[in-house]
Ligand binder design. Structure first.
Ligand code: PLP
Length: 376
């Protein structure tokens, strides 16, 4: 017997396009007619609109979220002979960006219930440097799944040691701590506009945000060969530009981001309600934060069987992520982990399961997921 078709996919960027098709098509036509395709007025307008929406001094567009992280590290002077602390329970991009600038990643464990950097593990590696590991010159907390990391103790530990922080906000556009959005608390923040993110392009894109105008100007130069004036490189830079088509599309989508995040939270509340009275536990919310549910992640010891039962009901799921970075073939046996290892990370990788989550899910689709969860 063949499996039924997936009628509720886990992610659906095409639905995101169709929901805003009229505005996006007009924006695309405007750019095609303009004759200017890279770093032009659409990018400048999007940067200004994004900075206003986020509440930062400068926003600088670039090619993708991985480049944004690497540009942030470069702008902070991080390179060979230095190490950067982040987590292993993240998109491989976070770790890849550290190696892109020639620095050594040092991966610490997560808080098991929130899946984000354990501030105690971070303080341990800052307070008692590991033998043979170069000095720590930056820390990258990841606001994973749309929920802020424990920034207060992370910032306190980094301030004690004078180490700058780059917030990886690729999964957390609009997430808040108190009444402020993540991406406004530290030296630099980075965003990805990969199509499935809360703010997704129809291609690749990324953004850096900072409260420091000088740092913003350095980043803007670094993304294009180190140019401050055309054709003259003041610093050695790279080519990581945002194109006008993606910027114009993102301007349309940014106008809908807050209402779309509200819809994600509504879907999360419906899933929470469906789980009460089952053996499954809704994702933990940190006190005082706004979780924007890039992903709605369950934790199940027998993940394969729940995944199969949902699949039989036509419901797609995802695993974010099936292998911690320090155990992946390209990294294992050479990546440095914290002194107490990554036990919480390794357990999470075996148990996490992501349910369908995007604002275009219909009420009927959400109900079907809820019913399938109750039956499974
Ligand atoms: C998506 C993602 C990135 C990388 O973004 P790209 O645009 O795909 O390069 C970095 N960090 C995290 C946590 C992500 O989810």
């Amino acid at each position: 017997m063949s499996a039924p078709p997936i009628t509720v996919p886990q992610a659906n960027p095409g639905a995101g396009y169709r929901a805003l098709k009229t505005g996006i098509d007009a924006a695309v036509a405007r750019v095609l007619e303009s004759g200017w395709y890279v770093l032009g007025q659409e990018v400048r307008a999007f940067e200004a609109e994004f900075a206003t929406w986020l509440g930062c001094t400068a926003a600088i567009g670039c090619g993708n979220g991985t480049d944004a992280l690497a540009l942030a590290l470069r702008a902070l002077g991080v390179g060979p002979g230095m190490s950067v602390v982040t987590v292993s329970h993240t998109a491989v991009a976070t770790v890849a960006a550290i190696e892109m600038v020639g620095a050594i990643p040092l991966l610490v464990d997560i808080e098991p219930e929130y899946y984000t950097m354990d501030p105690i593990e971070l303080a341990a590696v800052l307070d008692r440097p590991l033998a043979g590991v170069p000095p720590i010159r930056a820390v990258i907390p990841v606001h994973l799944y749309g929920q802020p990391a424990a920034l207060d103790p992370i910032i306190a530990a980094c301030r004690r040691h004078g180490v700058p922080i780059v917030e990886d906000c690729a999964q957390a556009h609009g997430a808040t701590i108190g009444d402020r959005k993540v991406g406004t608390f530290t030296e630099i923040a980075t965003f990805s506009f990969y199509p499935t993110k809360n703010l997704g392009a129809l291609g690749d894109g990324g953004m850096l945000a900072t409260q420091n105008a000088d740092l913003g100007a350095s980043i803007a130069a670094l993304r294009q060969y180190g140019w401050r004036t055309h054709y003259i490189s003041d610093a050695v830079g790279v080519n990581s530009r945002l194109d006008e088509l993606q910027a114009a599309i993102l301007r349309v989508k940014l106008q809908h981001l807050d209402e779309q995040n509200a819809r994600r939270r509504q879907i999360a509340a419906a899933y929470d309600a469906a789980l009460s009275g089952t053996s499954l536990v809704p994702p933990a919310r940190r006190e005082g934060v706004g979780h924007m549910f890039h992903l709605y992640v369950l934790r199940v010891p027998d993940r394969a069987s729940l995944q199969a039962r949902l699949r039989a009901a036509g419901i797609g799921t995802g695993i974010h992520y099936p292998a911690p970075v320090h155990l992946q073939p390209a990294y294992r046996e050479r990546i440095v982990t914290g002194p107490s290892g990554c036990r919480a990370t390794e357990l999470a990788a075996r148990q996490v399961l992501s349910l369908p989550m995007y604002p275009e899910l219909s009420d009927e689709q959400v109900t079907r997921v809820c019913e399938a969860l109750r039956q499974a």
